[in-house]
Write a protein that binds this ligand. Structure first.
Ligand SMILES: [Zn+2]
Length: 393
């Protein structure tokens, strides 16, 4: 490979690894060349580094010395690793990995001797921001309306998240509903990258109008507020019952005493006396009620487009709890028992976000506090300007 200049070519869909020879492009041979590896599902850092031509000792040193800054065993599929090699020696000089849209991992060999010394850093990715507006009338779904206008589909998701507590975007959207939105478009090196935050939006659902304005202050938490300065976000109860202690937390590997093997426990177990009433942590609709395999007698509540919660191992359901029933936050849905795969009375509680199980204790729920009273004049000023802007879109 030495003596040839290899240029990694990124972003070509479907190609795991593509490069071309460019001997004639440069009058002087560059000091480095890079190899880019797409991270496919199941791929590990070690395998990709090996394929890129990184020596075993170097791979191990990289993993070890980068760990305090970023654990390379956590790289995610769909992204890319870039290995930069010294053209002369063929040795690895640098590693680049985009952790998320805001941060990039850079690892460099800072050694002056032959003993490798890897120094890792998280570097923030710089974007230029442009303000943009969009309007639309729903034919079938918000997503389709956004995409049909060649707008970024992530804008639909951002709007659905913003109004998740006001509108159920999967169940309540009607033909003729409409929206107006002022939002940020983020550019990286002159090329559009992704939507930034929504600055203000209006959504008319079944003739009911909802508006939200982005605001943050010294005493007001960053978030979306309505015309009166109330948070668009509603809150879930911290726990669905009075419990004695948490007998098992959220984890990806715990020893299951019944199955006698290591399994993920992607929920919270609350130890409580048989018959203790358990309540729904938020308003919603019952989408499952009754016997459900390992869960025993269980209830699933859909709160909105984003969140659902599950309550398992009940001894019995509360009165009126059946599929389709509307439940209010704090309403009893069942009584603690030990039905299904269970060793003793406890409540198994799960939170699902967009269909995936999440740890409710780690979920960063935005503030539900209104705009701080002292900051209300500032909020009103911004809101009035944005309201005029919305009207003029
Ligand atoms: Zn459990």
């Amino acid at each position: 490979m030495l003596g040839k200049i290899l240029l990694g070519v990124a972003g070509i869909a479907g190609s795991a690894f593509l490069f071309f020879y460019a001997n004639s492009f440069f009058p002087v041979e560059p000091k480095t060349f890079s190899v880019k590896k797409d991270i496919l599902t199941g791929a590990t850092f070690s395998v990709l580094a090996q394929e890129a031509g990184v020596a075993t000792a170097t791979r191990l040193a990289l993993l070890e010395q980068t760990k305090p800054v970023y654990d390379l065993s956590q790289i995610t599929a769909g992204k890319e690793l870039e290995f930069v090699f010294d053209t002369g020696s063929g040795l690895l000089r640098e590693l680049q990995y985009e952790i998320n849209a805001d941060e990039r991992l850079t690892v460099q060999n800072t050694a002056t001797t032959s003993q490798e010394q890897w120094e890792a850093a998280r570097v923030s990715i710089e974007y230029t921001i442009e303000e943009a507006t969009a309007v639309g009338t729903i034919e079938s779904s918000l997503y389709e309306t956004i995409v049909s206008q060649n707008l970024d589909e992530r804008l639909a998701l951002a709007m659905a998240e913003m109004f998740a507590w006001q509108i159920d975007f999967a169940a309540q959207i009607q033909k003729g509903d409409s929206f107006k939105v002022i939002y940020e478009k983020k550019y990286r090196d002159g090329t559009y990258s992704h939507p930034g935050k929504i600055i203000a939006a209006q959504f008319i659902n079944n003739k009911e109008e909802f508006r939200g304005f982005y605001f943050t202050g010294e005493k007001t938490k960053e978030g979306y507020y309505d015309e009166q300065g109330n948070s668009l976000q509603k809150v879930f109860l911290k726990a669905p019952l009075q419990y004695k202690y948490i007998s098992s937390g959220f984890s990806y590997n715990r020893f299951n005493p019944i199955l006698k093997q290591i399994t993920a426990h992607r929920g919270i177990d609350y130890a409580a006396a048989q018959g203790t009433p358990a309540v729904t942590v938020g308003d919603g609709t019952v989408v499952q009620a009754g016997w459900n395999g390992y869960y025993g007698i269980s209830v699933k509540v859909r709160h909105n487009e984003m969140y659902s919660t599950v309550y398992g191992h009940f001894s019995s359901l509360a009165r009126g709890i059946k599929v389709g029933a509307h439940v209010a936050q704090g309403q009893v849905v069942g009584y603690v028992g030990s039905t299904g795969l269970s060793t003793g009375p406890h409540l198994h509680y799960e939170m699902h976000k967009f269909g995936s199980l999440i740890n409710p204790f780690n979920e960063k729920v935005p503030s539900t506090e209104p705009v701080d009273a002292g900051e209300h004049p500032a909020f009103d000023g911004i809101k009035n300007t944005l309201e005029k802007q919305l009207e003029n879109i």
